[in-house]
Ligand binder design. Sequence first.
Ligand code: PMT
Length: 404
Amino acid sequence: MLKGRHVVLGVTGGIAAYKCAELTRELIRRGAEVKVIMTESAREFMTPLTLQTLSGNPVYTELFTLIREQDIAHIALAEFAELMIVAPATANVIGKAAAGIADDLLTTVLMAMKAPVLFCPAMNTQMYGNPALQENLKKLQAWGYHVLPPASGPLACKAEGQGRLPEVTAIVEAAVSVLTLKDLAGEHVLVTAGPTREPFDPVRFITNYSSGKMGYAVALQAQRRGARVTLVSGPTSLPPPDGVEIVNVGSALEMRDAVLSRLAGVTVVIKAAAVADYRPAALREQKIKKKGGSLTLELERNPDIIQEIGRKEGRRIIVGFAMESENLLENARSKMVEKNMDLIVANDLREEGAGFQCDTNVIKILDRKGNIEELPLMDKAEAAGRILDRVRALLKEKKRGRRG
Ligand code: PMT
């Protein structure tokens, strides 16, 4: 998402300026080209040399600088930017931006900026709560500027409360969200992810290798694209994506109840979970003791959740996944028809970099018209984006059909 994107980072004079070294590194690591502007006070907390070394670009500090022979710094930087992040944003810079004051390079670039701007305020709790500051933030937001509220916790001034610059990952996530087209706004997407656990005594269960990465990637991308997202997750070790409603479940039966009771208003269902088809017929109250000889477990069928959704009233888009070890396309196609899905995403257990656990996938998207979109190896985040592109196209088709 940030690969090749041009970011201008404006650093102002707060103690949190030191975190900009890490922020610059993270933006560069994600493939962005970063140019840094520092105010005079920012340079009291951090040297331009550090950010110059990390960004691989000169750090801009003076208003009256010629970048190339004829380019004026503030105009050239404003034209370069696809996104501007002001972090930390002091009460002073927020006040100047809200009052239309441009008296140094940073505020002048802000004035000339056409790209979206993300302010990350960081200051003492009392200052953050000051009505003038709050009014200024409201004003900026009403003008279309983005604001990432500060985090709470211990502050450098020894106070405790809201005012900390959020973690670098949260700033980067907010930046990505600002750059993402909100083409799923108004949709409610329900995603399932991870494995299910089918217990047979108080300490043991049957499960599979799903890590949840594929489903979580779908949930995050849908949230970034403006959808309301409910993520029904089997047991995983992944942190829930910010801004997503998470519902944790254990067994297939729990996943079924969680999904079916939340379908009202859902416009898209994407079932990336690896749901156990069978569960132990009996759940013993006590731990099964080891004895000589073998142990036989009787299994019974679990309900097919996606099939039940397919039979329900309400015209929603249904996307399933198929993880196969043979006859990938044939098996996926028959699952799509049998379970009344609109799309099925097929991934092959035998393919390098595909399926369970890894950060990448190799997917084929099949639709009801017989089309097969074969995609190369890519990050699960990108694969999730490609699935959502297809969902978006189907939603558009559906809306056109309703009007026609
Ligand atoms: O979690 P990761 O480690 O990132 O791995 C991702 C993944 C491999 C789990 C994912 O990409 C994937 O393929 N998920 C589907 C796994 C599967 O084998 O599904 P299935 O063929 O058993 O089922 C087909 C579809 O029916 C799936 O959408 C499944 O969620 C759904 N199903 C299955 C059984 C059941 N009882 N109820 C269901 O709703």
